[in-house]
Ligand binder design. Structure first.
Ligand SMILES: [Zn+2]
Length: 314
């Protein structure tokens, strides 16, 4: 059973898809985060990094594992230092996969999980390029290394494989957007059900509600723009045709961004910028909308910036 599921995950990852587990169960609440969310690795960046990590790390043996060399208030470790550092040591990396905003590195009988991270996850061919500050570091037997340096906040933990496979990722409790289960019909149904029970907006639903793991405040802007929906719009006001447009926009935005290796404001495993330039963001604020020429506007909304075209999005 586990092998079958893992095989499916491998196949999905090879296609740039997240893990096959379409729905995960409700989970405990995450620790309180900084109110102003800084840019984080979202699904396209996580899929890109996990794919690159598979290519570089599978088959290598962990010579040593290290937790932070510099304390950071908003790095949340799900295990103590001893577990984090002693468990992976001597293990061989057998797999790396992605799901939502999380990356799972299988090392022997254990999994290093990291996700919901603002920062860098980098490969080092030699120790010469190691960062000064890190919050996780794996050194391998061939002299290469992998580091994570958190800049906003982030979650890291080491679990045994069974626990990791069933782990309820913080915040990742919804529909996996690139899986076969993410159909227009299912999406419309979920929006309708949520709208019937809540007065909340579409932005809330997409990044704070139990909806679409892997999407944060960055890709959200372009998805809503492509669907012609204003970020403050109550979910209850969205009709089925609009919900279907949004479904298509989510697919289009994510697959384009994955093809381009993530956003141009984030870095991949080798420190290179991605190729996806956001249509709406700080760089395009005040510039003309590519569709209608109206100037892109910005408001502060739900603890972060929301950008929109005042004519195309209603
Ligand atoms: Zn416009």
């Amino acid at each position: 059973m586990a092998d079958k599921k893992q095989a499916a995950d491998h196949a999905l990852l090879a296609l740039g898809m997240p893990r096959a587990d379409a729905l995960s169960l409700a989970c405990g609440s995450a620790p309180e985060r900084p109110r102003e969310r800084c840019p984080m690795l979202e699904l396209p960046e996580v899929v890109t990094i996990a794919r690159q990590m598979r290519g570089e790390l599978v088959g290598k043996t962990v010579a040593s594992a290290h937790r932070e060399n510099s304390p950071h208030k908003f790095v949340f470790y799900g295990c103590d230092r001893e577990t984090f550092e002693a468990t992976p040591r001597g293990g061989r990396v057998t797999d790396v996969s992605a799901g939502g905003k999380w990356v799972y590195v299988t090392i022997g009988g254990h999994t290093l999980m990291f996700g919901d991270i603002g920062g860098r996850a980098l490969y080092h061919e030699t120790p010469a390029t190691l960062p000064e500050k890190y919050h996780a570091l794996l050194r391998f037997d061939d002299g290469s290394a992998f580091s994570i340096t958190v800049q906003g906040w982030g979650f890291l933990r080491v679990e045994d494989n069974a626990t990791a496979a069933g782990h309820e990722q913080y915040g990742d409790k919804g529909l996996y957007t690139l899986s076969d289960d993410f159909t227009a019909e299912e999406w419309v149904r979920r929006l309708r059900d949520f709208g019937a029970a809540n007065a909340k907006s579409i932005k809330y639903f997409m990044i704070s509600g139990p909806s679409v793991p892997g999407i944060g405040n960055s890709y959200l802007q372009d998805m809503l723009y492509r669907a012609g929906i204003h970020p403050t719009r109550p979910v209850a006001d969205i009709n089925d045709a609009e919900a279907e447009r949004l479904h298509a926009a989510i697919r289009e935005t994510l697959s384009t961004a994955i093809d381009l290796g993530g956003r141009d404001e984030e870095r991949d495993l080798y420190g290179r910028r991605g190729g996806y330039a956001r249509v709406l963001g700080s760089k395009t604020r005040g510039k003309p909308c590519p569709e209608c020429g109206a100037l892109i506007e910005k408001i502060q909304y739900l603890g972060g910036a929301a950008y929109f075209c005042p004519l195309c999005q209603t």
